[in-house]
Ligand binder design. Structure first.
Ligand code: SF4
Length: 296
């Protein structure tokens, strides 16, 4: 079977989708809407961003609700909570917190890890940049971040993480070649300067970013022919990013928010439905419509 590829006009179609996109409507649905008010400086943005990205499991409504619960429990002072987390210990304010399989003890260990990273490296940006290196090795940067957040390797001194914690921070260089959606999303928030992202990491170029490949982005990327892979992996992340780089080499991930929220909002029904697909500007590229003659 022939591999599905987007049309020659795909860059023009994608730019049109971006231009017309209702960013304000979709920001209200996005976990980033809870982070933005707390991002008053780079460290506050890092703390709020990594906590929101870490619990970004499940649908956006439940993620926003869980993050709002966390902020309320900590009275809005997430960075102050990290600054005081010199040890890994229970925090009565987090008692009973849960979101999907994430529990209070996971956040307490993460708070302790962030405190340690702040003391040793100064910021998460420094950790990421150490892995990124002069060659712009994005997977290396994510790998370095994941290891710092996971904590000491087995056999080295320091408190051990609670059961289930390590699976919060996979690495693209691990045996499963995880797409690492949550850490990749966190880095997008920190690096990109264009709305709605935070633009706090001025030492990292948007050109090195990779797409945070959640299920919505994967679905539309596959149907637009940006990848032929049938599963989400780091290889799929690289393939989709390479296709987006052909549209904007300086900022390939600028389209991520739009592709993601086209799925979340229901703008894309994920099936051929002429009432919804009719006005879709990327319909000429869509696998579900290629070759179909439709008068709109
Ligand atoms: S044509 Fe329809 S199914 Fe295809 S991307 Fe557009 S809205 Fe989604």
């Amino acid at each position: 079977m022939a591999v599905h590829r987007p049309s020659a006009d795909f860059p023009r179609h994608l730019r049109a989708l971006y231009r017309r996109f209702p960013f304000d409507r979709s920001l209200a649905e996005d976990p980033l809407s809870g982070v933005r008010p707390l991002a008053t400086d780079p460290w506050h943005a890092e703390v709020a961003g990594i906590l929101a990205a870490t619990i970004a499991v499940g649908n956006t409504t439940s993620i926003r609700r869980a993050f709002a619960d966390l902020v309320e429990r900590l009275e809005g002072d997430l960075a102050g909570w990290v600054d005081s987390a010199r040890e890994y210990r229970p925090d009565p304010r987090l008692e009973g917190f849960h979101h999907r399989w994430i529990r209070a003890e996971h956040l307490e260990y993460l708070g302790y890890r962030l405190h340690d990273i702040r003391a040793r490296s100064g910021s998460l940006e420094e950790v990421f940049r150490a892995g990124l290196g002069p060659e712009g090795d994005f997977a290396g940067g994510i790998d370095r971040l994941a290891h710092a957040l996971r904590g000491p390797a087995p056999g080295t001194p320091g408190p051990r993480p609670p059961p289930g914690y390590l699976r919060l921070f996979p690495t693209p260089l691990g045996p499963n070649r995880s797409p690492c959606k949550r850490l990749t999303l966190f880095v997008r928030w920190m690096v990109r300067t264009e709305f709605p992202d935070l633009g706090m990491w001025r030492g990292v170029s948007p050109a090195v970013l990779r797409v945070p490949l959640d299920q919505h982005v994967y679905w539309i990327a596959y149907h637009l022919g940006l990848t032929a892979r049938r599963s989400r992996s780091w290889a799929t992340v690289e393939e989709v990013t390479a296709a987006l780089r052909k549209v904007d080499g300086n900022d390939p991930v600028r389209f991520d928010f739009v592709l993601c929220h086209t799925g979340i909002s229901g703008d894309c029904p994920k099936r051929a439905d002429l009432r919804v697909c009719g006005p879709c500007v990327v319909r000429p590229d869509c696998r579900l419509w290629r070759g179909r003659k439709v008068a709109i």
